[in-house]
Design a protein around this ligand. Sequence first.
Ligand code: MG
Length: 404
Amino acid sequence: MADGNEIQRRKPGSVGVVLVAAGRGVRAGEANGPKQYRNLAGRPVIAHALGAFLDHPAIGPLVVVVHPDDRLQARDAVGDAAARLAFVDGGATRQLSVLAGLRALADKGCDTALIHDAARPFADRALLDRVIGAVDADAGAIPALAVVDTLKRGAGGHIAATVARDGLYAAQTPQGFPLAAILAAHEAAAASGRADFTDDASIAEAHGLPVRLVEGSPANVKLTLPGDFTMAETRLAPSLPDVRTGNGYDVHAFEPGDHVTLCGVEIAHGRRLSGHSDADVGLHALTDALLATCGAGDIGTHFPPSDPRWKGAASRIFVEHAAGLVRSRGGRIANADITLICEAPKIGPHRPAMVAALAAMLGIDAGRISVKATTNERLGFIGREEGIAAIATASVVYPGGLPE
Ligand code: MG
């Protein structure tokens, strides 16, 4: 096998990538949609598959070949990376999809093409280095693993023959080639009407382009059957769940008025709390606590007090926005705890209504919510009834960790 240690002579951007994502994923369970867009540990499979390529210094242009029905889904699935990618429509077979991708790569200034299946989410930097390092102007290279199982040819449910496994390898992707040569090989295969090639190396071979073998990676599996997803989730799952805790604190001063709004509940009172929105200190503290669990700034980042849209706004929109952000990052709110600190009004009678309001805002069971109240023993500004303060704590479980 080639050792691929010539990586250092690659110019930045000289390697282009065709990521093949045009399949419909029939075998992995069509009901769940194409497998490359299914979630794996909080991120679509295709986003995992792109990771090592996006980070590699030799790699420039990236072409993603998608089914025409999946154009929007594909852009959504890759997130911010979409700006760096060219999307092209695939053909009726994988072979024709790769050809479409190679044609799109042809005028992008690279001399080497890597062709990779979007359903292989575990290709890593070392694997890419081995493949890229073994490609030159005269030969392609593919990662492959020597077959270790004894091979049987079956017929009618019985063994017909034992096949010698000496010299047999299982081929993986990414497969790398000199771009002009692999494009010519694909064009020739398409022109000949042959559509029975199962990978790109076999097209290169048929066209007379030598292909080197480099060491594949046992982790670099192709997600094919529904059970493959379970195994992949297990591999990506951290040994301990990623649990984040955030806190928040807020205080608002009293001004003339006839009610206060606390934890989403209006309570008749001789004064009101002063603020740009409805001045609900409990919900403001909780919003900060939720945002803190994923490093998303604070309430002022998302809802600047200078913005006239939030004048008199019900603060539940702040909490719902923060909870939505947590969910969009794969988080599950485990619990929320709010302490209101005031001499008056009395909070106890309103606690059940507050818990119910919070459960609705957060979309979690009331049993995961706690609202407590304490006075300040007549000390300080709260003791003098100049305002009300609140502290909040929220815990969120991010099963697959947070996206980078
Ligand atoms: Mg506030």
